[in-house]
Design a protein around this ligand. Structure first.
Ligand SMILES: Cc1cc2nc3c(=O)[nH]c(=O)nc-3n(C[C@H](O)[C@H](O)[C@H](O)COP(=O)(O)O)c2cc1C
Length: 201
């Protein structure tokens, strides 16, 4: 239970501890096992590692400079507004790898192709935020399991980030996560009570 009870938002990291590429890849491989609506996996990551690129975030962040200046990496999560285009690839690979039968592959691809033009951009974004939230939580818990910490950061300028990093406008920014080895403990969790948040009927 400890990774759940010990995760907390860390805003200051050990600047000498960088997460290596291989470990970060392992962490992302586990994080991407998070569920997503229709398994369309719309979450995309921009991994900002170099000091040069981190510096570009100074004009994008609203505060949060301690996370920016001390973290090992900054991860930007986007949601892919063109996620339906990935359906043939996702479901045919699952079929080719003998994970799903042919009728499920065909049904899923057809269902998505029939409905994709009926779904509004707002709904795609709304679902994308949920999917990225699932991804983010799993990512932060996996990081904890590997001995690293994180802070979700919603305080950034979503209107300019794509231009600054030359990211396709079909990727809609959702959340930033700073990651690294903690250099302070953060606040212990304080939460509303079980009764405050739960109704059993
Ligand atoms: C969607 C979201 C956005 C957040 N944005 C920020 C932020 O911009 N800056 C920050 O320092 N913390 C941010 N946080 C962290 C919350 O303040 C933190 O999760 C909350 O206070 C509970 O503390 P804990 O994470 O240590 O349990 C954000 C958390 C979430 C889930």
């Amino acid at each position: 239970m400890t990774i759940f009870s010990q995760r907390r938002s860390i805003r200051k990291y050990d600047e000498n501890e960088k997460i290596n590429d291989k470990t970060l890849k392992e962490i992302i491989e586990l994080a991407k096992l998070a569920p997503s609506s229709m398994n369309l996996q719309p979450t995309r990551l921009l991994v900002i590692k170099s000091e040069e690129n981190k510096a570009k975030l100074k004009n994008i962040f609203y505060g949060n400079l301690s996370q920016l200046n001390t973290s090992s990496h900054i991860i930007v999560l986007f949601t892919n507004l063109k996620k339906f285009d990935d359906a043939p690839k996702i479901f045919s690979e699952a079929y080719n790898n003998k994970i799903i039968p042919k009728n499920i592959m065909d049904d899923q691809i057809k269902k998505i192709s029939d409905t994709k033009n009926l779904i509004s951009q707002e709904k795609i974004i709304e679902d994308g935020f949920l999917d990225a939230g699932m991804f983010a939580m799993q990512f932060m818990l996996v990081l904890k399991k590997f001995g690293y910490d994180s802070c979700p950061i919603g305080g950034f300028n979503k209107k300019i980030i794509n231009d600054v990093f030359n990211i396709d406008k079909n990727l809609y920014p959702v959340l930033i996560i700073s990651i690294g080895k903690k250099a302070e403990e953060g606040f212990p969790s304080y939460r509303l009570s079980f009764d405050d948040i739960t109704k059993i009927i």
